[in-house]
Design a protein. Structure first.
Length: 99
């Protein structure tokens, strides 16, 4: 079961993200808020999700991204749940990570 994240602080965070106008503003915001490792982990999870959606194998994804099979499995479970966040985002952006 997922931890309850429906708090005012989380809503404020989402509103802040939605207020960002472009990639430069996103970079400024997230580089202030997150460590380099946190940003790399988040971006790796998105890349793993896109590659799973594209039908790549765990071995292909691990080789291309450096992600562990545990990370790939975790993202795969997220893709299997009732939420479609990764799928929605992947469908809206032009991902360069699946080539």
């Amino acid at each position: 079961m997922k931890k309850n994240i429906k708090t005012e602080a989380v809503s404020q965070f989402y509103r802040a993200v939605l207020s960002l106008k472009d990639e430069k503003e996103c970079a400024l915001f997230f580089e202030d808020l997150c460590t380099a490792n946190e940003l790399l982990s988040l971006s790796q999870r998105l890349e793993v999700g896109v590659r799973l959606i594209d039908g790549q194998t765990y071995q292909e994804i691990s080789k291309a991204t450096g992600a562990s099979t545990a990370t790939i499995s975790r993202v795969n479970r997220l893709l299997s749940d009732d939420e479609d966040g990764i799928e929605m985002a992947a469908g809206r952006i032009k991902c360069t990570c699946s080539n």
